[in-house]
Design a protein around this ligand. Sequence first.
Ligand code: 5GP
Ligand code: MN
Length: 332
Amino acid sequence: MNLDWNKTFQKILKSNKIALATHVHPDGDAYGSLLGMWHLLKNNGSNVTAFVDHTNHNGKYSFLPGYSELIEISQDNHEMYDLAVTLDCGDKGRVTGSEWLFSHSRQVINIDHHYSNPMFGHENIVDDRISSTCELLWKLSVDSKINISKEAATCLFTGIMTDTGNFLYENTSPETYRSTADLVEKGADSETVKFHLYHNKPLANIQFLGFLIQQMQVLLDGKVIILNISREILDNYGVSYEDLDEFVAFARDIKGVEVSALLKEMKDGNIKISLRSKSYFDVSELAQQFNGGGHQRAAGAVSPVDMEKTREQLKNLLEIYFQEKYYDNWNT
Ligand code: 5GP
Ligand code: MN
């Protein structure tokens, strides 16, 4: 581990008043790293507050220890923080309450693992080779020899499970397994995590999956699948934003598919694009064409034009990439 990163981590441990935040529409690694860090700092005796935006969430991660202590960001909060730590945020604009947070803290430290992270913090602990922000926090904690409580372990375990697709993705390294083993030894409640994330799916989600399968578009000789969801459909089925990544992953996992895309109409009319790939296509590069970003195998963006136009742009770009960059893969 980079020595400067350990110094930066020590600086966090010694800070007085700390605010933590993660990205909008938090996933397992976001909640896991936010709450994992919160527990680590609490145990260290720090004065720490973890901020979140729960809008449109169904509480899928509410089983995580400390969840009820998360604070909604409010413009009425005029407190100043010595330090803000952003967790799992691939860019500044994705930080929950970004403007408020940056103007209410003297310094920002960015802890993340996104390939396209532009290093927006005053100090940055960013490693794109690591599976998850949770694995990175585990490593920093072990190197600093700070105590990882069983609550912190449960949170960090959750983010590692979800960001590796249960150890299926290529971001899973020998160290990822070691970190998970260590967290289980430290008391991570793996049974509770597995139950809430994998054995407790709302019936509406499965019915919704049936609908999605019926209307999915198979393109480029079966290499690409596009799913699109209007606001009306999402509201009708009552499916939460937190669950959508399961559907885009489901489409990617079909035999022969390399790229899956899910286009979702948001309240403001913009289209949220979620991209996944299986083995060679760099979807973070594709997402950047829409001013988004992410990882090589999971990326996203927001498109300001309507569903039809977004889909056409995406189809055209995919065709170009397959013809020019991935021609050999396409024909094998
Ligand atoms: P998801 O499809 O689950 O929303 O996101 C997949 C990955 O892409 C995540 O790692 C996420 O951080 C990144 N991502 C999603 N949406 C955006 C976006 O609008 N901008 C950027 N820079 N990254 C995004
Ligand atoms: Mn992550």
